[in-house]
Design a protein around this ligand. Structure first.
Ligand SMILES: Nc1ncnc2[nH]cnc12
Ligand SMILES: [Zn+2]
Length: 340
């Protein structure tokens, strides 16, 4: 297949995004605009200088810059603009359903009230549903470098907005902050009716994936690249149909892999695990959904069967009601039939 043909095929696939940090979709241009209107100095003198700093050797180096950027977000309008920019971008890439993370503690820690953050995000998501026909779920993520008590405080703050939040997640610095640190707050979150996900096995060992499953009782694993290290785990993921939200460009930029050709997504798919493709923090890692599909497909020579499976998996692994999943999956199947 020619690369231009591959690009066109990917553009046409109706897609989901299930692993996206809204703060990670903060493009430098918008960051500078908001910094200026809020009168907050940035450590970089221009968009280009900031972009030049986007060279990471590991997750922590990225997180340090990601939290710096988020500091300019103060008002409801800022959170609205951030979310709306993401939605219009992925709409242009034929993404039709998103399940997005926000990190409340990154903002409440700086004195920005929880309601300001969530009101801005929610208004943009609703506008996206009305005007762009993008359905959505919202996931509140606890920062794992902070304490479980802090996560509990966040859960309390979230309760008045419970009807707007579909699930809770666990992100930030993985190594040294195992899922077991958050058993109680995940149990309390489940009692409130939230679905559960957690980043596990991105940089951390396969044991963290086991902990996320057995101790936190999560529904879906964010990343999970390390799962192939353990055959018993692979069997469990297949049996329980537990999905992985893989993020190939993120893995490359954070040096989880050295080359895209080294990515294990084909093996994960071929073993029968419900693998999905996502962008994680697209403003920092050089690509949104289409670019993630494209770079992966190009490097690993994915065929249309793989592409179709990945797209279907996105809907299967989503939290959409069954009839919506089926409707979308039918459209994916019709699309691939039409291009044969
Ligand atoms: N890839 C990632 N891993 C952990 N925490 C994150 N927060 C934003 N992106 C993240
Ligand atoms: Zn992530």
């Amino acid at each position: 297949m020619k690369l231009s043909e591959l690009k066109n095929i990917i553009q046409g696939i109706p897609k989901t995004e299930l692993h996206l940090h809204l703060e990670g979709s903060f493009e430098p241009e918008l960051m500078f605009e908001i910094a200026k209107r809020n009168n907050i100095p940035l450590d970089y003198e221009s968009v280009n200088a900031l972009k030049k700093a986007y060279k990471f050797n590991n997750l922590q180096e990225f997180l340090d810059i990601y939290y710096l950027g988020a500091k300019v977000l103060i008002y409801e309008q800022d959170f609205f603009d951030l979310t709306w920019a993401y939605l219009t971008k992925v709409h242009s890439q034929n993404v039709v359903h998103v399940e997005v993370f926000f990190d409340p503690q990154t903002h409440t820690e700086r004195g920005v009230p929880f309601n300001v953050v969530i009101n801005g995000i929610k208004k943009a998501l609703e506008k996206g549903k009305e005007e762009l026909n993008i359905s959505y779920k919202l996931i509140m993520s606890y920062l794992r470098h902070l304490s479980e008590d802090d996560a509990f405080k966040t859960l309390e703050e979230a309760l008045p907005f419970k009807h707007w939040i579909d699930g809770v997640g666990l992100d930030s610095s993985e190594v040294g902050n195992p899922p077991s640190k958050f058993i109680n707050v995940f149990e309390a979150s489940a009692k409130q009716g939230f679905k559960l996900v957690a980043h596990a096995g991105e940089e951390g060992p396969v044991e963290y994936i086991w902990e996320a499953l057995d101790l936190l009782k999560i529904d879906r694993i964010d990343h999970g690249n390390r799962c192939l290290d353990d055959d018993k785990l692979v069997q469990k993921l297949i049996q329980d149909k537990t999905a992985l939200t893989l993020c190939p460009l993120s893995n490359l930029e954070l040096k989880v892999i050295q080359n895209m050709e080294d990515h294990n997504i084909v093996e994960i798919l071929d073993r029968g695990i419900v693998a999905t493709i996502n962008s994680d923090d697209p403003a920092y890692f050089g690509g949104y959904m289409n670019e993630n599909y494209y770079e992966t497909a190009k490097a690993l020579k994915l065929n249309t069967t793989h592409l179709k499976q990945l797209a279907i998996n996105g809907f299967e692994a989503s939290w959409l009601p069954l009839e919506d999943k089926e409707k979308h999956i039918l459209k994916v199947e019709q699309y691939f039939s039409s291009i044969q």
